[in-house]
Ligand binder design. Structure first.
Ligand SMILES: [Cu+2]
Length: 161
């Protein structure tokens, strides 16, 4: 009877030792995470993401005109370097007086809807349909008049110096 009690107490002691050993192992493990996370414990240091109310109110304005209105005419072709442009409209030359330097080129462009031309004293562009260009380079200084042979009221002056 006493021997059975001793065995029981020894077994209980062994079980207790095992339980304490396991508990002592788990105790440091369970104590480590609070120590590791102790640095970030103060919640006041955590930066707070700016709320949507802090952003300035920006209203996007989309121009309806820019979306719905297309360019009335195709973009003009670039002029040769240093050239002067004379726009031919219905029914005149813009500008009416063109000032260039010797050696400079003048480009006449029919921006009208009618056929026109550019006629000088000894040069002629020929019939120019709308959007057609005609270019002429002038190497002699002087004042020259040009006109449209189709429409006698269309006149212009070219001053070369
Ligand atoms: Cu004309």
């Amino acid at each position: 009877m006493v021997a059975w009690l001793i065995r029981f107490l020894l077994g209980l002691a062994v079980v207790a030792v095992i339980v304490l050993a396991i508990g002592s192992r788990q105790t440091p493990q369970s104590a480590t995470p609070p120590a590791g996370s102790g640095g970030s414990v103060p919640p006041t240091d955590v930066p707070v993401a700016p709320g949507p109310t802090r952003e300035p109110f920006v209203e996007r304005v989309v121009s309806r005109v820019a979306r719905e209105t297309q360019a009335p005419y195709p973009t003009s072709t670039p002029l040769p370097n240093g050239a002067a442009l004379v726009s031919i409209v219905d029914f005149g030359y813009l500008p009416g007086v063109v000032r260039i330097h010797v050696g400079q080129t003048v480009v006449w462009r029919n921006d009208g809807r009618e056929e026109h031309d550019v006629t000088g004293a000894d040069w002629h562009s020929g019939p120019m349909e709308p959007t057609v260009d005609y270019r002429q380079t002038f190497g002699v200084p002087g004042e020259f008049r040009f006109r449209c042979s189709i429409h006698p009221d269309m006149v212009g002056t070219l001053i070369v110096d």
